[in-house]
Ligand binder design. Structure first.
Ligand code: PEP
Length: 255
């Protein structure tokens, strides 16, 4: 299926890999990306902070981009353990995740903080990949759409000029459980309608909405075939270059 939205594939390495492992991954990715159809897919890696500069250097001859896993909304200051937009840009990043569910759970990030991070990211020259999604309890109690609407409204309240969205049902992240293509499509279509209400139909039509939650080479085809799924944010399967290349190939067939 052809789409006006070029597929986007993000690899979230979370707190995995040291420099030598990252280097090995980048070599394998650079060697295989053309034959995997990489020209038809935008690819971004999200390594942890100490790896960012090295990964960006290793991939500078390729079109693969690099992003932070989180960013602080302040320009600088007394925020121990945090990373600023300028520091990410300086390390070679063009993207940052905002509001990943593990940040929300481990660090108590609120919807409003996610919005402030996305705004700061855009102002400093990064594209935020804003992550939203319901918990198992929220889905089971029929509140999925209400939660998605609340999270999206808050994240977009400061009206970041550029962004992509990742719909990541929390119950599917790192669990091996995947939303069925129909479930994911239903949520993506709902999000696109919300985007149309908030930002207008022209903007909604070009915004990429990724699916995240145990995506892997085996399920990328069926999910990609859904009209509102524009790529993936991948955790576990992004750690292995062969699997990640297979996912690039799976996304490229949608382009
Ligand atoms: C993620 O970290 O955003 C993610 C979707 O992880 P996994 O693919 O391992 O479920």
């Amino acid at each position: 299926m052809t789409s006006v939205r070029k597929p986007l594939l993000g690899g979230n390495w979370k707190m995995h890999k040291v420099r030598a492992e990252a280097e090995e991954f980048c070599k394998a990715l650079a060697a295989g990306i053309s034959s995997a159809g990489g020209a038809d897919v935008d690819v971004v890696l999200f390594p942890s902070s100490p790896l960012l500069h090295g990964v960006a250097r290793s991939l500078e001859e390729t079109a693969v981009e690099v992003g932070g896993q989180d960013v602080h909304p302040a320009a600088q200051g007394a925020h121990t353990g945090d990373t600023s937009v300028a520091q990410l840009v300086d390390a070679g990043c063009t993207w940052t995740l905002c509001g990943h569910s593990e940040r929300r759970a481990d660090h108590g990030e609120t919807d409003e903080q996610v919005g402030a991070k996305a705004k700061a990211a855009v102002e400093g020259g990064l594209v935020p990949l804003i992550c939203i999604g319901e918990s198992q309890e929220e889905r089971e109690s029929g509140r999925t759409f209400e939660v998605l609407e609340r999270q999206l409204n808050a994240a977009l309240a400061p009206r970041p000029e550029r962004f992509a969205l990742a719909y990541e049902p929390v119950w599917a992240i790192g669990t091996g459980l995947t939303a069925t293509p129909e479930m994911a499509q239903e949520a993506h279509a709902f999000l696109r309608e919300l985007l149309a209400d908030l930002l207008g139909p022209e903007v909604a039509a070009v915004k990429r909405i990724l699916y995240g939650g145990s995506a892997k080479p085996e399920n990328v085809g069926a999910l990609s075939a859904q009209p509102d799924i524009d790529g993936f944010l991948v955790g576990g399967a992004s750690l292995d270059p062969e699997k990640f290349l297979a996912m690039i190939e799976g996304c490229s067939s949608r382009a």
